[in-house]
Ligand binder design. Structure first.
Ligand code: PLP
Length: 463
């Protein structure tokens, strides 16, 4: 295949994409295949001779779409959304075609500078204070790891990087039990250890209790530990719980600790001023992450980390060997020094396209609709006999039960085997609950209310 062929096939792929989106509602949302079914259709070894693109594309059509869970399906209400707005898909095509590596300013000046401008656009769009700067990572997991590594090194006077951790003081991190597992992963990978991630009790609003945080830090200091940082959540994954950011940050600051706020999902909603009380006080954080690749329409991968001061993170993560020097200047921003991998994709392009193609007003109206429709759906499910709302809508996420654990799980299995909608589960207060999140970029009120029809139809009388 050469570049002339690529032009023809790109047109054909564009037609396929159009048809795919047009027919999504006709397909089950969650893949209905069994493990191993796809692999069994592929040869055991790579072909020795080149194959015609016609055959490759035919196999793609025959094997792949039917074995995918359709994340862009308008009736996808599982996990959190991973939206890909059409303008984002277009930008990703261009990014893929240029296939540039954005590790240094000089390896992709446009990528670096558009990234810097997008960070400023988003900072202002989310109502954050003007002192924040930032970068774009692949994932919130990476951003949280970067923040936790920075907490570690700041607490160790930047000695861990050189000496390792074998003789270092015992560090402590603090988060609530509503925090995402990426916080646990960061504690493990940073060499701090799961056992040193203190899960601070929550109050009845599911926020970390600031008094309990203060007590935990004081007790640790008294017991010879070295507190390193606090990780707060806005819109936790299970049931959308949020910590009271201002009071918790005040405690962290009083103890001189570095702070990171994980707003991976809910951060996008902060483009709507009326939702900002949810992270009141966030301007006092050292680091904040949110994923435009969840709710804003810039597809995976795109996680924005805002930093009050990038210096500690760059000091932790930056390395500049001879072969990565930019001759003639040392002042330029080289974003690889702000993150873990050296190589970086041009992720800012899709943000630039999305923010311009829909405008902040267009994006706000989508998010406002999602929140309003989730509330309407929640009320309707609450009115069904045998159904119980376990957690009310946090933005556009709520959870419900239908009888006991076994009956609720059986209902969820029936729903996802049916395929018209896709819901997932979590445990809350030890109970199995079904999560509903509304957030797919192109879903309609009718799509959302179809959840009511499906659960009513598939529910059997509660035991
Ligand atoms: N934090 C929260 C609250 C999340 O919901 C998720 C993923 O759903 C993550 C972090 C991890 O996000 P990523 O897949 O970008 O690492």
């Amino acid at each position: 295949m050469n570049h002339d062929d690529l032009r023809d096939w790109a047109k054909r792929a564009a037609d396929w994409v159009h048809g795919y989106y047009a027919s999504l509602r006709d397909h089950p949302v969650r893949a209905q295949v069994q493990p191993g079914e796809v692999a069994a259709q592929l040869p055991d070894t790579a072909p020795e001779a080149a194959e015609p693109m016609e055959a490759i594309f035919a196999d793609f059509e025959a094997i792949v779409p039917g074995a995918m869970t359709h994340w862009q399906h308008p009736r996808f209400f599982a996990y959190f959304p991973a939206n890909a707005a059409p303008a984002s898909i277009l930008a990703e095509q261009l990014t893929a075609a240029m296939a540039a590596q954005g590790m240094l300013w000089q390896t992709s000046p446009a990528a670096t500078e558009i990234e810097q401008v997008m960070i400023r656009w988003l900072r202002d769009a989310l109502g954050l204070a003007p002192h924040f700067t930032g970068t774009i990572h692949d994932s919130a997991t990476t951003a949280t790891l970067c923040a936790v590594l920075t907490m570690r090194e700041r607490a160790l006077g930047w000695e861990g990087l050189d000496k390792g951790l074998s003789t270092s003081p015992r560090l402590r991190l603090y988060a609530s039990n509503q925090g995402h597992s990426s916080i646990d992963k960061a504690a493990r990978l940073a060499g701090i250890g799961q056992a040193n991630l203190v899960k601070v009790p929550t109050d009845k609003t599911l926020s970390m209790d600031p008094w309990a945080l203060d007590e935990a830090i004081r007790a640790d200091i008294a017991n010879g530990y070295t507190p390193a940082g606090v990780i707060l959540s806005v819109g936790g994954t299970g049931v959308g719980a949020s910590d009271r950011i201002g009071p918790c940050l005040a405690v962290a600051r009083a103890h001189g600790l570095y702070t990171h706020v994980d707003a991976a999902w809910a951060g996008s909603a902060m483009i709507c001023p009326e939702f900002r009380p949810l992270w009141q006080g966030v301007d006092g954080a050292d680091s904040i992450v949110f994923n435009p690749h969840k709710w804003l329409g810039a597809q995976f991968d795109c996680a924005v980390q805002f930093l009050a001061d990038p210096t500690p993170q760059v000091r932790t993560l930056g390395l500049r060997p001879d072969y990565l020097e930019t001759l003639g200047t040392s002042e330029i921003t080289n974003f690889n020094e702000w993150t873990v991998p050296l190589g970086r994709r041009f992720r800012a392009l899709k943000l630039w396209f999305v923010l311009r193609a829909y405008g902040l007003e267009g994006l706000r109206s989508r998010i406002r609709n999602h929140v309003a429709w989730a509330e309407e759906l929640c009320e309707a499910i609450a009115a069904l006999p045998g159904f119980e709302i376990v957690t009310p809508p946090a933005l556009s996420l709520f959870t419900f039960r239908y009888g006991d654990d076994a009956a609720t799980e059986a209902l969820l299995t029936r729903i996802n085997d049916d395929g018209r909608i896709y819901l997932t589960q979590t445990r809350h207060d030890g109970q199995f609950v079904i999560r509903v999140q509304v957030g797919q970029f192109d879903c309609t009120r009718e799509d959302v209310m179809s959840v009511l029809d499906v659960v009513r139809e598939l529910a059997s009388p509660p035991p």
